[in-house]
Design a protein around this ligand. Structure first.
Ligand SMILES: [Zn+2]
Length: 449
């Protein structure tokens, strides 16, 4: 799929890279040359893309999402609720998901992400009502069609209300079914190596929706298959209380007992860790997906990113599901993270460059892909190019700061593995009006019941 003729992304307005003032040369899916100030590209037989109107970023990486939730944005019954009652309002709606609706929900989420400058995304799909057993297969198919790089997690829930958990029986599966399907999707879809476009991770949903046995066996399976592990943790005080009452310990202690404290694991949220727990996370080489918008909507709290980074915990960004954000715009998430963390830590500890770093290099560590998230020699040719030609940017000074401070929300060009997936602010071949019409109809049907 990658081009063979090298392309010089030439003379960008600004670029988030060192020693590439005159741009980068990409070939066969990789960055093969950085062109510094006062130099010409040395690569022969080169095509030129004039980036004079563009700010060039490493492609943004989204480390937490639930694509299916695009079908349940701003649902009245779930408004103005914290996590547990919010989930309880939505589980019965999600139990009505169908394969066709999921395909539309995934297409909308991935399209939104691409158009916001995202080149790699994760998804955490954990609802498997009867008939939706092939949810991950559907996601793989859509990702291939849109050209987005993905780390899809085979999520799971097996602790229903009947057994003291939060979700109803209609959305959970049994442990053996979950583990067998986890093995199946890894064997079928997980690619290895720096060029991988599709990877699979394993992701039991949370302490309050999964049994201890499934947590343990999933960690063992991830080790055996050498894939990453993901779950929600330390999102709310309700979760703390649940763990204290059910397991007689805090969520991180529980995670450790289940065999999860290692560098294979990245966690969504990480809001309610104390300082001793952050040190343990850092020593274990774990990473955290900071979901600034979702945490604010559900009033869950604020991830202490500076203390985490000081303790050696890597920070990435995640838009989280579209029932708690409720958009899938990763560039807007950069701005949200910048704002909430700057308010917390002040002007000397959090800059727009920090927020961009979390969404790129930081997120690359969460997904275990050091070849992504950075414009440097030999890294993947995953790029997001923004124009500053909207009213909101008029009069700007520093172009990189303007992206974050003026609220950039739409990339003009996106490249994944050397291929253009967004051109002139649109996804080639995607009929957005038709997609919205069919997606809205599916959402109405699911919400109406
Ligand atoms: Zn989530």
């Amino acid at each position: 799929m990658a081009q063979t003729q090298p392309i010089w992304i030439k003379d960008p307005l600004s670029i988030l890279a060192d020693g590439a003032e005159r741009g980068v040369v990409v070939q066969d899916g990789k960055i093969v040359e950085l062109v510094g100030r006062g130099r010409e590209a040395a690569t022969a037989d080169i095509a030129v893309f004039d980036a004079g109107a563009h700010v060039v970023l490493p492609g943004l990486i989204n480390t937490h999402h639930h694509f299916y939730q695009t079908l349940t944005r701003a649902v009245p019954a779930a408004l103005d609720r914290e996590l547990f009652p919010w989930l309880q309002a939505l589980y019965p709606v999600w139990a009505r998901l169908t394969p066709d609706a999921l395909a539309l929900g995934v297409t909308v989420a991935m399209s939104e992400l691409l158009l916001s400058g995202c080149t790699t995304t994760t998804d955490h799909h954990y609802v498997f009502p009867a008939g939706l057993e092939h949810a991950i297969d559907i996601e793989v198919e859509v990702a291939g069609r849109l050209g987005l790089r993905v780390l899809l997690t085979r999520g799971s829930m097996n602790l229903s209300q009947r057994d003291g958990g939060l979700p109803p029986d209609s959305v959970v599966q049994d442990e053996d079914t979950i583990l067998a399907d986890s093995e199946r999707v890894v064997a079928r879809y997980h690619q290895r190596g720096a060029d991988a476009m599709v990877q699979i991770a394993l992701a039991p949903c949370s302490p309050f929706s999964v049994t201890t046995s499934l947590m343990r066996r999933t960690a063992e399976l991830a080790g055996k298959l050498d894939v990453r592990l993901h779950t929600h943790l330390a999102e709310t005080e309700d979760e703390n209380r649940f763990c204290q009452e059910t397991y007689r310990c805090r969520p991180l202690d529980y995670l450790e007992q289940c065999g999860w404290l290692n560098s294979r694991t990245w966690l969504a949220h990480g809001i309610h860790f104390d300082s001793e727990e952050m040190v343990r996370l850092g020593k274990a080489g774990m990473t955290v997906s900071h979901c600034a918008c979702s945490n604010q909507v559900l009033a869950s709290g604020c991830c202490p990113v500076c203390e985490m980074e000081e303790a050696g915990v890597g920070i990435g960004l995640g838009v989280d599901g579209s029932a708690s954000n409720d958009e899938s715009n990763l560039m807007q998430e950069v701005r949200a993270a910048f704002l909430v963390q700057r308010a917390r830590y002040g002007v000397n500890r959090v800059s727009h460059i920090d927020a961009l770093r979390w969404a790129t290099k930081g997120s690359a560590a969460c997904v275990g892909r050091p070849e992504l998230g950075e414009i440097a020699l030999g890294k993947a040719a995953d790029l997001a190019l923004f124009k500053l030609d909207e009213l909101r940017f008029s009069g700007h000074g520093d172009p990189l700061a303007a992206l974050v401070l003026c609220g950039a929300h739409r990339a003009d060009r996106v490249m994944v593995g050397g291929c253009w997936t967004v051109i002139d602010g649109a996804i080639p071949g995607l009929d957005v009006a038709d997609l919205m019409s069919r997606h809205s109809a599916a959402a109405r049907a699911i919400q109406a019941g």
